[in-house]
Design a binder for this molecule. Structure first.
Ligand code: GUN
Length: 286
């Protein structure tokens, strides 16, 4: 079998056009959506993500401000900036690019963001809402994966889904969103015994491990749906995912490539969350 390649770029484009249309409607009501993007230090990957987020804002008609702070910024200084952005009327969403330098507590910074402006959905209040299913903001990467399922008519209800990785950003919220859609979810991680057995009996696999070509062809069953959340650099510096694409694409029914799969969807969901934040803060239902 040769897999259908899930096109995250095309799906993103379509969704971003919808966001732009809604932003234009907001604009007619006199409301402009605004996102503040904060980056500390000069991690090149973070710089690329931040540039892509700003570009996406421009594409969707969202006003954006960038705060690029030096590596030696103190926690107090960053918290003071968050406080200022929490109060800033023209800013509806705040995104602090992670990771932060080691001397700054990510937990403290995330806790300081007004939950109504937390477009990453990282604040414990929003994480709690994701658990109950009563959420305003969807976590961007998992939401992007769910949007791809929807676009490609992949029904997860009743299916066995394996999520590889248990991070707060991807693995845990991904599992919750799949569960809300009635999948039977197994979360696999570095201590999981018999991982190959679990993966072999899964209909859907979401790989979020952070290890180049972790998922091999002999670890998946014929016809499974494979979603690759990994963004790694191989020895030659080439961008690659957590899935051995050559091998796995021969067995999967659907597969996401890297780049061009989940990556653009994450940023698109950030745009949707910023639109939602602007609507909620202005009591507008569009
Ligand atoms: N670093 C890696 N992924 C993300 C993300 O989704 N949001 C933020 N803020 N930082 C990240």
């Amino acid at each position: 079998m040769s897999a259908v390649i899930i096109d995250g770029k095309a799906t993103s484009k379509k969704i971003r056009e919808g966001v732009l249309a809604d932003i234009n409607k907001l604009s007619e009501l006199g409301v402009k959506a605004g996102l503040a993007v904060v980056i500390v230090g000069d991690n090149p990957a973070s710089r690329t993500y931040v540039n892509n987020k700003k570009k996406a804002c421009a594409e969707c008609g969202i006003y954006s401000e960038e705060y690029a702070l030096p590596e030696e910024t103190t926690e107090e200084e960053l918290l003071a900036l968050i406080d200022k952005l929490n109060k800033k009327e023209d800013i509806n969403g705040i995104l602090v690019q992670l990771p932060l330098p080691k001397h700054i507590s990510e937990d403290k910074v995330i806790a300081a963001i007004n939950p109504d402006k937390d477009v990453d959905a990282f604040h414990v209040q929003n994480v709690g809402k994701i658990m109950t299913g009563d959420f305003d903001f969807l976590p961007c990467t998992p939401a992007g994966v769910m949007a791809l399922f929807e676009e490609y008519g992949i029904d997860v209800s009743g299916k066995r889904a394996a999520v590889i990785g248990r991070s707060n950003i991807v693995g845990k919220p991904m599992s919750m969103l799949l569960l809300h859609k009635n999948a039977t979810v197994t979360i696999c991680h570095s201590r999981t015994k018999n991982i190959e057995e679990i993966l072999k009996s899964s209909d859907i696999i979401v790989a979020a491990v952070g290890r180049e070509a972790f998922l091999k062809g002999d670890m998946v069953s014929e016809g499974c749906v494979v979603i690759d959340v990994g963004i790694n650099r191989n020895a030659e510096g080439k961008l690659c995912g957590d899935v051995d694409y050559e091998e796995v694409s021969k067995k999967a029914s659907f597969i996401t490539p890297v780049p061009g799969g989940v990556g653009p969807m994450t940023i698109t969901m950030l745009m949707k969350n910023t639109l939602k934040a602007a609507c909620l803060q202005n009591n507008i239902n569009i």
